[in-house]
Design a protein around this ligand. Structure first.
Ligand SMILES: O=C(O)C(=O)C[C@]1(C(=O)O)C=C[C@@H](O)C=C1
Length: 83
């Protein structure tokens, strides 16, 4: 595969990531609205721990674990700013 083809693959994957992130943020926003109505705090440390645990189980190549955990911490932090 040429460099250009590899970059095209990355571009396609990036598009999927953006679409999924937008879906996730949208759901986060609706969770935020629910929490506001029910006077619940935005931060749920227990749930964040569960999410990271689950992600860790899904990761196939354990050498990627640390990076993926960091990405999901960032995703959850950004979700909280949207909530
Ligand atoms: O599950 C929730 O309660 C959410 O608000 C979503 C979410 C997440 O991004 O996964 C974000 C903030 C909370 O601290 C926990 C998890």
């Amino acid at each position: 595969m040429t460099l250009d083809q590899k970059r095209q693959q990355i571009d396609q994957i990036d598009q999927q990531i953006v679409e999924l992130l937008e879906q996730r943020f949208q759901i986060g926003k609706s969770i935020g609205e629910y929490k506001k109505i029910h006077h619940l705090p935005i931060l749920n440390t227990n749930r964040e721990y569960q999410v990271l645990e689950r992600i860790n189980k899904i990761v196939r190549n354990k050498r990627n674990s640390k990076q993926i955990q960091r990405i999901f911490r960032t995703i959850m932090n950004q979700t909280k700013t949207i909530e």
